[in-house]
Design a protein around this ligand. Structure first.
Ligand code: S3P
Length: 174
């Protein structure tokens, strides 16, 4: 931790729709660090939207881009940031290693119903373009929970909390 008492990077992990972007924006406002989002960096790199990458090149190609972006974020000498990640970034062991070195890792948790409500509003999640998104989310939660848990410095159940409360909770613990 740097001498000014502020954390290095804050890394937000968790399933789609758990609030990484919203909480990231609030942390950015409170802390004044820039917010970066791995999905946005991937879209810039590929010059394509996430849905297009999945549709035209497939998920494996997306995961390659995701690892490449994470490697770039892990380069030494970068300024402190808030880093919001894609829900599946923890799938690869090498990614988990990089994420835990990158900064203070916060796993944001939300109930499946809340996740479904939030993600139903947009069509930007190719993994949820399925007949039964609830089943998909439940399966991802089972698969990924141990992976999130493995690298989380803080695990935060966010249901019933305001964004501001979540962000302040993170800053108090970081
Ligand atoms: C994914 C989550 C998405 C995005 C991609 C795959 C996943 O990010 O990276 O659609 O595997 O859970 P968000 O968690 O920001 O929605």
């Amino acid at each position: 931790q740097p001498a000014d008492g502020l954390p290095k990077n804050i890394v937000l992990i968790g399933l789609m729709g758990c609030g990484k972007t919203t909480v990231g924006r609030k942390l950015q406002a409170l802390l004044g660090y820039p917010l970066v989002d791995t999905d946005h960096l991937i879209e810039e790199k590929a010059r394509m939207a996430i849905t297009e990458i999945f549709a035209r090149r497939g998920e494996p190609a997306f995961r390659e881009l995701e690892s490449a972006v994470l490697n770039e974020l892990s380069a030494p000498g970068t300024p402190r940031r808030i880093i919001a990640t894609g829900g599946g970034i923890v799938g690869r062991r090498a990614n988990r290693k990089l994420l835990s070195k990158l900064g203070y890792v916060v796993w944001l948790q939300a109930p499946v119903d809340v996740i479904l409500q939030r993600t139903a509003r947009n069509r930007e999640r190719p993994l949820l373009q399925t007949e039964n998104p609830r089943e998909k989310i439940e399966r991802l939660l089972i698969e990924r929970s141990p992976l999130y848990h493995e690298i989380a410095d803080l695990e935060l159940e966010t249901s019933g909390l305001e964004t501001e409360e979540i962000a302040c909770g993170i800053l108090e613990s970081a």
